[in-house]
Design a protein around this ligand. Structure first.
Ligand code: MLT
Length: 206
């Protein structure tokens, strides 16, 4: 495993042990870093390559993938800018490491930037698993997500993401053509063991 700052994002990269498995783009939550989702990645798709960048925006010293004005209120200009920047990094990493198109696995803030990348730069991702995601852009551009697989896993008692918001995200992605599965778990905002099985099953059928 290597860590490098020579790219546009500090990140971890772990090569595939089973190259037929899709590479995973692992996107951490607020206050996380490039190490956080590596264990989850190993659980859900053990043979996949892992590409795990660290968000560049700091909120009180905590890394994030874009700026927010308050909890759940996003600086949408920054969302757009950062989503494009992340898509550029993914292209850069794919070329350097020789990777097929990656499936994003994002948690919380990482899920929200992954949803924005789908809407703004759909070619950057083969699909996405969005854990505790919410709508990142109130008026997203018309994107063609035809056939892109998307899994949204929401928590029924999530105090940060209202159920209606997650449903709206599912509907937006569906109306852009994505093949969306939306699971509502008896969970809060935190990532839990119960998230693992549905993500693993979804990846296995890709
Ligand atoms: C966000 O800012 O992306 C969401 O509120 C999730 C979070 O980071 O808590």
């Amino acid at each position: 495993m290597s860590i490098t700052a020579e790219f546009s994002f500090v990140h971890r990269f772990k090569p595939a042990s089973e190259p037929v498995q899709p590479p995973l783009l692992l996107l951490h939550a607020t206050g996380g870093n490039e190490d956080d989702l590596l264990p989850l990645g190993r659980m859900i798709s053990p043979g996949s390559a892992q590409l795990s960048p660290r968000g560049k925006v700091l909120e009180g010293g905590m890394p994030r993938f874009f700026r927010r004005l308050a909890e759940g209120v996003f600086d949408e200009d920054d969302v757009r800018r950062r989503a494009r920047e992340l898509a550029e990094f993914v292209a850069e990493a794919r070329e350097t490491y020789g990777l097929a198109a990656a499936v994003a696995v994002g948690f919380s803030n990482g899920a929200n930037i992954a949803a924005a990348v789908l809407q703004l730069r759909p070619e950057a991702l083969a699909g996405a698993a969005l854990i505790r995601a919410m709508v990142p852009l109130q008026e997203p551009p018309a994107a063609d997500l035809s056939g892109k697989p998307v899994l949204i896993i929401s928590g029924a008692s999530d105090p940060i993401v209202p159920a209606d918001n997650a449903k709206r995200l599912a509907a937006l992605l569906k109306s852009a053509g994505a093949t969306v599965q939306h699971h509502m778990l008896p969970a809060g905002h935190g990532l839990s063991q119960t998230d693992v099985a549905p993500i693993k099953a979804w990846i296995e059928q890709l």
